[in-house]
Design a protein around this ligand. Sequence first.
Ligand SMILES: [Zn+2]
Length: 269
Amino acid sequence: MQAFDMIKIERNNKKSGVLTIFLLLIIALLTGSIKLSHAEKKDSKSVGIRTIVIDPGHGGHDQGAGGSGGSLEKDISLNFARILAKELKPDYEVVFTRNGDYQVTLTRRASVANHHRADMFISIHTGGGSRYQMDFWSIFYYQKTDQRNGGMRPEAVGPDNIQDNNQVNIQDNVEDLRLNWDHVQVRYQKKSRALAGCMKTQLAGNPEIREVTVSAAALRVLEGLDMPAIVIETGYLTNPKTEKRLNDISFLTDVAKSVKKGVDVYLTR
Ligand SMILES: [Zn+2]
């Protein structure tokens, strides 16, 4: 190899060395910027973008209550959840526990909310059963009772709650975990009651809603939630007048705006 070629190789080596450093710099910058965007995301959450979990009741084989016009609670709750999400999304991060027609266990619903470290959990249901003349909306927050479901309206418990009770009978070993979960929502009882109060004030302002009640109940869907949490029962689907309203998009949009206002008021108290 001639001296000239040696110099050429040396130059080439220098060139590739510079190129390597340049590439490393780009990689470092890219990695840095990715890290930065993560940090920005975290910051934006901490400076005020709150996460609201919407939990459409039932789903799949678990249809919930049924109206005489053929409406099913699982469909009404999902439809309303989507309308509510549209109202909330400009100001909040919205997470669904289900966004389709499939079954989700109560434990899974709570896990989704806890995993997202949500600021609020809103479960959507309708009333049902044989009470076709009932005409009021209900808001529930969690209160532990010694006798589970004692003194509650059975329809407020819901088929999905009953299903989970059966699971617990089969799996006694999860009882300890469940007892721990009980304590989680107990800690939020005051906050959840305040949230229910804010929601009642807003919903009661709707002229199409005759009455709104707030009740404490040992609802399984709420007990493991590590955040303020409520169940909204959007009237009795078994009441034909209510069923008609619950299929009216403009009515549901009005109600969703009221629920959004309830969320806003609670979070800015
Ligand atoms: Zn239900």
